[in-house]
Design a protein around this ligand. Structure first.
Ligand code: RB5
Length: 140
C-alpha cells in the first residue's frame, strides 16, 4: 500500500517508530513531515496527508500529534476523509470494518509505541465490511 504519514512536534518520536514498522511491512511511504521537535501547527500536516488520500495519490493516511485530537478534527474537515482517532485495538479494527476509515490518527502522548504499532498493524490489515455500513458512511 502507499501510505501518507504526517505529524507535528508532539508526534515526531512516534512517527519514527511507525515509519520503521511501515518499511518493515513493505509499504510505500509518503512522509509529509514534520521532521523535528520544533513547534509547528498540526493542521498543515493534516491537510498535506488528507489531500493525498482524497486525490487517491495514497491509499490511506496516518496522522500523529500529542493527543491525536487536533489531527482528527483537522482531517475530518475534508469531506473525502474518514479519520479515526484510535487508542486501542478494538476501535482500530472497528474503524476499518464499520467506518472504512481512510486516515488513522494516533496520540503520541497518550498511546505508547508498542500499542501504537499493534494499532497500525490491525488497522492496515482489517477490511471494510460494507453492506449496512456502506449505507451509513454514505449518509455523511
Ligand atoms: C501540541 O502541543 C499539541 O497541541 C498537539 O500535538 C495536539 O495534541 C493537538 O491536538
Amino acid at each position: 500500500m502507499k501510505i501518507a504519514i504526517g505529524c507535528d512536534h508532539g508526534g515526531i518520536a512516534l512517527k519514527n517508530v511507525i515509519l520503521s514498522l511501515l518499511s518493515e511491512l513493505g509499504h510505500e511511504i509518503s512522509d509529509q513531515g514534520t521532521d523535528s521537535e520544533i513547534s509547528v501547527d498540526y493542521p498543515r500536516y493534516a491537510k498535506s496527508v488528507c489531500d493525498l488520500v482524497a486525490a487517491n495519490a495514497c491509499d490511506c493516511g496516518i496522522l500523529i500529534c500529542g493527543t491525536g485530537i487536533g489531527m482528527s478534527m483537522a482531517a475530518n474537515r475534508n469531506n473525502k476523509i474518514r479519520a479515526a482517532l484510535c487508542g486501542d485495538l478494538y476501535t482500530a479494527r472497528l474503524s476499518r470494518e464499520h467506518n472504512n476509515a481512510n486516515v488513522l490518527c494516533l496520540g503520541a502522548r497518550v498511546t505508547g509505541p508498542g500499542l501504537a504499532e499493534e494499532i497500525v498493524r490491525v488497522w492496515l490489515s482489517t477490511e471494510f465490511a460494507g453492506d449496512r455500513h456502506l449505507r451509513r458512511i454514505e449518509m455523511f
